[in-house]
Design a protein around this ligand. Structure first.
Ligand code: PLP
Length: 430
């Protein structure tokens, strides 16, 4: 066993000041048990904890760090921006280039607004969708997570699923009365809701590749059905690409699957590890946002020069020739070693990936939606998670999360994962 005494001491101290000792619930290891690790620093593909243990990191700040930790080039750029100040509360040059790069990568985004988190991006995009359509209802999918805004805390995935909370206390029923819930990968469930609520649905919001009930890819035709159904019913299609944007491919899931949404939310990678989100889409819709239009949305730190530079430093690096096929191959290699180790030990496994995002379920049958995901053997996952951790691989501490690969993950790290998986699969063999 690795020595984690300092983490345990810090956790005991953190519990005195922070709810559950953490600043975001999944970090508390609630669904896998044990004490969360406290980290001292990140170095490329590795996280180093406060006791000096090194881990190959496949969480990467929940997908944000596609360059890996503390990339030297990005750190130099951020340091240069830092010397000129952290926030102006006024326009700066870098916010334009970051916006231009996002528009070029995702042509469905004609105008966009920078915010400070994915939650904020979703909350704001939903407001605009409602304003544009003059309708109140929203369709979301069971098991999809769109941040912690009140109106999205209905059958959400990620931490909400991890904690087994169907909803959250503190969300007034009236706030979610207009949030309808459909089944992922089931266009019929969307069609019935649209028909039962004629001219009332403002938008259908979806994670185009689900990453918050484990990794679940859209089945063939699912996203294009959503496009057709929303168009037929005068509703907007909102792709929440906070996780998938600049992660499953250069043009996000919309580029990968060739389906064009009306509105998109992004975050994570576009902030290079600093707090950034953005929402954008069709010009006629986004023209409703203040000061062009009457839909109010604002932010003290939105578009601040430090976060914009961190995002730019990241996106510029993703221009390199061959980078996406390289990331895709490295990611597939991770799923392959997990799969091989499982097969070798007779452990059931389902693996999948898109771009630099992957997932696995230690189950016999493929999982297509939340009904399938919620039946996973959580105890088996917890044992696997701890065995991997002990072998130096940091996976998300919940079966309802995705895994991520960065440009810093190379053959050496793959060897660590392969060796760890061989031991961990052996440990959970039944
Ligand atoms: N939307 C999706 C698809 C996400 O995965 C997340 C976070 O994981 C969010 C929204 C919320 O983003 P944030 O945690 O930056 O508020």
């Amino acid at each position: 066993m690795r020595e984690t005494k300092t983490s345990r001491e810090l956790f005991a101290r953190a519990l005195q000041s922070l709810p559950g000792g953490v600043n975001s619930p999944v970090r508390a290891f609630g669904s896998v048990g044990g004490t969360p690790l406290f980290f001292e620093r990140g170095e490329g593909a590795y996280l180093v904890d406060v006791d000096g243990n090194r881990y190959v990191d496949h969480v990467l700040s929940w997908g944000a760090l596609i360059l890996g930790h503390a990339d030297a080039g990005a750190m130099d750029e951020i340091a240069e921006a830092l010397r000129r100040g952290t926030s102006f509360g006024a326009p700066c040059r870098d916010e334009i280039e970051l916006a231009e790069r996002i528009r070029t990568a995702m042509p469905s985004i004609e105008l966009l607004r920078m915010v400070n988190s994915g939650t904020e991006a979703v909350m704001s995009a939903l407001r605009v969708a409602r304003a544009h359509t003059g309708r109140s209802k929203i369709i979301k999918f069971q098991g999809c997570y769109h941040g912690h805004a009140d109106l999205m805390l209905v059958r959400a995935g990620s931490g909400v699923a991890t904690l087994g909370l169907p909803d959250s206390p503190g969300v007034p029923p009236a706030t979610v009365a207009d949030t309808l819930v459909a089944r992922y990968n089931d266009p019929e469930s969307v069609s019935s809701l649209l028909e039962a609520n004629p001219d009332q649905v403002a938008t259908v919001i979806v994670e185009p590749v689900a990453g918050n009930m484990g990794f679940i890819a859209p089945e063939d035709g699912f996203l294009s059905s959503l496009r057709d159904l929303t168009t037929q019913h005068g509703a907007l299609l909102l792709f929440d690409e906070v996780m998938t944007g600049f992660r499953v491919g250069p043009g996000g899931a919309q580029g990968l699957y060739g389906v064009t949404p009306d509105l998109t939310t992004i975050g994570k990678v576009i902030g290079g590890g600093l707090p950034v989100g953005a929402f954008g889409g069709r010009r006629d819709i986004m023209e409703r946002v203040a000061p062009l239009g009457p839909v109010y949305q604002a932010g003290t730190l939105s578009g601040n020069p430090l976060a914009m530079r961190a995002g730019l430093a990241t996106l510029r690096r993703l221009d390199a020739t061959g980078i996406w096929s390289d990331l895709e191959n490295r990611t597939r290699a991770v799923t392959t070693v997990l799969s091989e180790a499982a097969q070798h030990e007779g452990v059931p496994i389902q693996v999948a990936s898109a771009g630099a995002m992957f997932g696995f379920f230690l189950e016999e049958e493929p999982i297509l939606d939340w009904d399938g995901a919620k039946r996973v053997d959580r105890e088996r996952f917890a044992r696997f998670f701890h065995a991997m951790l002990d072998q130096g691989v940091y996976l998300a501490p919940s079966p309802f999360e995705a895994g991520f690969v960065s440009m810093a993950h190379g053959p050496q790290e793959l060897d660590v994962v392969a060796a760890a998986a061989a031991v961990a699969m052996g440990a959970i063999r039944t």
